[in-house]
Design a protein. Structure first.
Length: 369
């Protein structure tokens, strides 16, 4: 039985759902990623460089031609890049975009003129934006899907761990999240509050917005700790802000648990030495998951049949002193060995939604030289 016959047999067994273009293309697809971040780290962390890095590893796994255009945190440049891609005589097969600074609504309208199919990642559209442009595969038919991490679950798990680590007694929390116009910033804070609402005698002293930077978070942490001397837990929404908050805590010689989201190498080092209590890891894999979804779609297996066209992926994990060494070894010491193939339903047919849990990655063993 050849590959096509095998897939047809699986279809009849109810295992797979194929798109109309099943087996239509054996050529290597060309994907353009409009990365909203900086090509070189300039004080706001390596998040977007790592998204591209792991995206490239996954692209290599699946034989995808990946082109990355950095917008240098300039949403106007990102809009111009979308215009340039839409005007190309030879359009890419797919364009991956992010709703950074609310720019995705205009980018979707611009890219609607292109034959390229569009996947939105990391930051979803707001409800107001969706009222304007509709949902996936509706008013803009080439917008085939959205894939975002379940940021609220990540925030929930972080605060659950921090409260467990703190122990019994009144938990008093200071929160530093990103800008108020970034959906993921608000979702992380909502997850934290969802957990605290279930804990007796636990509350947030104050939640403040920041610009995602170390310096601003450091300053805000010092001000807030002076304002709320009873605070005993502080969290922040990315690595740079978490490390800035830790600096503010140390400057006041306060004994406070500090945790955050992101899990870049410099933050993991502070988890290892117990400076930070925990970091929630995995956001930088969203580009790799996008490659999995597009690879399957390109080969005729529509990801919409396995969780919908708008995918809210629950894979963010808490990294703490007991698992940080293993995570750091696998993800940052041996990234060339990472295999994203097991996540593909085209390569590994299965029922149910996609499982992007990090267990497959953490089971990866570095090559022995």
């Amino acid at each position: 039985m050849n590959r096509r016959e095998a897939l047809r047999a699986c279809m009849h067994a109810g295992l797979l759902c194929m798109t109309d273009s099943a087996f239509a293309s054996t050529q290597s697809p060309h994907v353009v990623f409009l990365n909203p971040g900086e090509a070189v780290e300039r004080g706001t962390g390596q998040q977007w460089q790592l998204v591209s890095r792991f995206m490239a590893v996954a692209a290599k796994t699946f034989g995808i031609q990946l082109e990355v255009l950095y917008a240098e945190r300039d949403h106007l440049l990102m809009l111009r890049q979308a215009e340039e891609v839409a005007r190309r005589a030879e359009a890419p097969d797919y364009v991956v975009i992010v709703n950074e600074k609310m720019a995705a609504e205009q980018m979707l309208k611009t890219l609607a003129r292109s034959p390229a199919k569009v996947l939105l990642i990391h930051n979803d559209l707001t409800p107001a934006q969706r009222r304007v442009v509709g949902n996936e595969r509706e008013v803009i038919p080439n917008w085939i899907g959205t894939a975002t991490a379940n940021a609220a679950r990540g925030g929930y798990r972080l605060m659950e761990y921090l409260c467990h680590r703190f122990g019994s007694g009144g938990v008093r929390v200071i929160g530093i999240t990103g800008d108020p116009n970034t959906p993921v910033s608000l979702e992380r804070a909502a997850g934290v509050e969802a957990f605290l609402s279930k804990v007796p005698d636990a509350r947030t002293c104050q939640l403040v917005f920041s610009d995602w930077s170390y310096a601003d978070s450091d300053q805000k942490a010092r001000v807030l700790l002076a304002r709320y001397p009873q605070a005993n837990v502080i969290w922040a929404a990315n690595d740079s802000m978490t490390l800035g908050a830790l600096s503010g805590v140390k400057a006041r010689n306060a004994h406070i648990l500090v945790g955050g989201m992101g899990a870049l190498p410099e933050a993991l080092a502070r988890v290892a030495d117990d400076g930070l209590a925990a970091m929630v890891a995995g956001d930088y894999f969203i580009g790799a998951w996008a490659m999995v979804l597009l690879h399957d779609y390109h080969h005729g297996m529509d990801f919409a049949a396995y969780g919908g066209a708008c995918q809210k992926l629950d894979y963010l994990s808490v990294i703490h002193r007991d698992n940080v060494a293993r995570y750091n070894e696998v993800v940052f010491s041996g990234e060339h060995t990472l295999d994203f193939g097991p996540y593909s339903k085209y390569m590994h047919p299965s029922l149910g939604p996609y499982d992007f849990g990090l267990k497959h990655i953490l089971n990866t063993r570095p090559e022995v030289s």
